[in-house]
Ligand binder design. Structure first.
Ligand code: 13P
Ligand code: SF4
Length: 395
């Protein structure tokens, strides 16, 4: 780990760009399948009693309630989480709380679906704003993936192909994965998931994040970039010839995260020039060219752990969602922590869960009403659970 003796200036928020001006969390998103208005009265964000109201409702619910918070959530929300974590830890935690009647998931839709799949029928999983989806998860629909699989079957190679689906996918895609003998992975266990898959078959269909798939295959498993092809669901035959599909080790779905897609190799060069000796640490959803230039790559939980272990006085440029980077910076005033990009990079859907939505949710529960329940149908849940449990059992 490289250390420098630079003083640690206060964290400076990057200059806002038009992307950060998206309206968050109040209304329906007409482009999203899940865009909805919150029924009833959402408290105004200006209400000075929001923190006290959330605390009172939470205290009233006691052990009946368990609040999970993903690392990308706002500070105002994360303060009420019983457990914070990356998507792997949160899935484990959801599965480990059979006594909680209500699991309020402060994260995005696919995480709440996974929690519902891993919890008992007696438990209800609640997402405080149903419009908190994930654009990457929406990039692979069940119909598109079925069409891709049919193509592999027609070619006669499907038997040797093991699907590995990133947690950031819908319950339908997880069920597809379970039905076809595959596993789910997260950014903290993708290497183990791929090793497991290549013990089982000769090719992997990796859904839906091409970058996590490519980064793991090339960096951790030693494959070459030429071993990877990208299946584009919007092009006839996925835009790939029969020979390309037969020869590939990794068939990567053409999905990506728009938040991590903003980091470029130039942003890495620029920060190295600005802060000599800086450690560049990025999430594996970043493009391969960015990951190649970084010093460290890790899931959100790993990012936090690396900063905890870092030497006082060391400098870090972090390429992931801004709520997390700001929190890490605040927790380490003895280190210099900067955001890798020059412009704001929040995940707009993660940010939809704000304090008004949390108060609205907790007060409804305390009054005996259960809003925004995430419920996956039994057949989908069964096969999705097969794939999720395979992940939890990975060596
Ligand atoms: P983690 O699994 O690292 O928490 O990442 C989840 C996510 O959505 C990153 O964009
Ligand atoms: Fe999805 Fe990217 Fe937001 Fe993560 S950061 S929830 S992958 S859009």
């Amino acid at each position: 780990m490289t250390t420098t003796t630079v003083p640690a200036p206060a964290f400076q928020e990057p200059t806002p760009t038009p992307v950060s001006l998206l309206l968050l969390g109040r209304t329906a998103d007409p482009r999203s399948e899940r865009g909805v208005e919150c029924p009833g009265d959402l408290p105004p964000a200006s209400d000075p009693d929001l923190v006290a109201r959330a605390a009172a409702a939470k205290a009233k619910l006691g052990d009946r309630l368990f609040v999970l918070g993903h690392h990308y959530q706002r500070d105002e929300v994360i303060q009420f989480a019983d457990v914070t974590g990356d998507s792997f830890k949160l899935a484990q935690q959801a599965a480990a709380r059979p006594e909680a009647e209500y699991i309020v998931f402060c994260g995005v839709h696919f995480m709440a679906e996974s929690a519902d799949i891993l919890t008992s029928d007696a438990q209800q999983v609640i997402l405080p704003d149903l419009a908190a989806g994930c654009s990457m998860a929406d990039m692979a629909t069940a119909e598109q993936v079925e069409r891709c699989w049919e193509r592999l079957e027609d070619l006669g190679i499907a038997e040797g192909v093991v699907p590995v689906s990133y947690m950031n996918s819908s319950a339908d895609i997880k069920a597809f994965t379970g039905r076809h003998g595959g596993t789910i992975c997260t950014s903290s266990n993708a290497e183990r998931a791929l090793e497991w898959a290549f013990d089982k078959g000769s090719q992997v269909l990796f859904l839906p994040d091409q970058h996590l798939g490519r980064n793991t295959a090339v960096r951790d498993l030693g494959f070459s970039l030429d071993d990877c092809v990208v299946y584009n669901p919007h092009r006839p035959d996925g835009g790939l010839t029969d020979d390309q599909l037969r020869a590939a080790k990794m068939i990567l779905w053409r999905g990506h995260c728009s938040v991590h897609g903003r980091f470029t190799p130039e942003t890495v060069d620029e920060v190295r020039e600005r802060i000599p000796g800086v450690n560049v640490l990025v999430h594996p959803e970043c493009k391969h060219e960015v990951v190649e230039k970084a010093d460290y790559v890790g899931s959100t939980e790993r990012i936090i752990a690396l900063l905890d272990e870092a030497e006082p006085g060391s400098a870090w440029a972090i390429g992931t969602e801004l709520n997390l980077v700001k929190r890490v910076a605040a927790a380490h005033p003895d280190k210099q922590v900067v955001f890798l990009d020059k412009s704001v990079c929040y995940c707009s859907t993660m940010n939809r869960i704000d304090l008004p939505h949390l108060v609205w949710t907790l007060e409804a529960l305390a009054d005996g009403r259960v809003p925004n329940v995430i419920e996956v149908d039994a057949d989908t849940a069964h096969f999705a659970r097969v794939a999720l449990e395979q992940m939890l059992a990975l060596p």
